[in-house]
Design a protein around this ligand. Sequence first.
Ligand code: ZN
Ligand code: ZN
Length: 226
Amino acid sequence: MTKWNLEMVKKETVEFIRQCEKIYGREFDKNIKVEINSRLTSSFGYFKFQGKKSLEIDIAKRLIDSNLNELIIDTIGHEVVHYIMHELGYCNEKHGERFKELCRKLGIETISYGKWKNEVLIEQRNMLRKNIRENKKNEFYNKKNNARYILKCKYCDCAGFYKVARKDSMKKWVLRYSCCNKQHKDSLICYDIKENFKYEKVSNKLKRSKMTKEDKEICEKIVSKK
Ligand SMILES: [Zn+2]
Ligand SMILES: [Zn+2]
């Protein structure tokens, strides 16, 4: 199977638009901008517009890289339906009845995730979701293993990892950020494991001190924990 690329996505988009032209007996702009978007992570596609103006159809890079044929085509079709609905002036209906009707006519799965009927699509979607989850996990461990700064709550396991910091970053993290557990107040400590300094909040000010042996052990434990 050939690998998907932008040219193919564009071709498929135009193909869907042509089908819509036949259905509605009118023309739609086939030069709508089409992009492969690497920032799309939780959704597979995205239709961008501004007021009445249709701007762009984005397809997630993760989806394109997966080369899951049926799912890619279905997603392109889905975004084209958003585009056509927008052009017809039904901008506010999202996945309403008219949307679903056009999807049916084009032979693509209608929205509402989890209610899909096409088994190939369901399997491909689950596979991709799993891949995305694993990628994110790997990215997290990468970040963790390369971190110079560890921001940690002194009461629980809540922690963040940073490779670089600006001059005032520690101040912002320690004084303004908080633990994901809202009951843990003023509990964040920032460890600079390269310079062996720790930053904490003491009477509303940022206090810097040398890391103790215990601090070092805490940091080692966090980084090695999988
Ligand atoms: Zn949608
Ligand atoms: Zn906490």
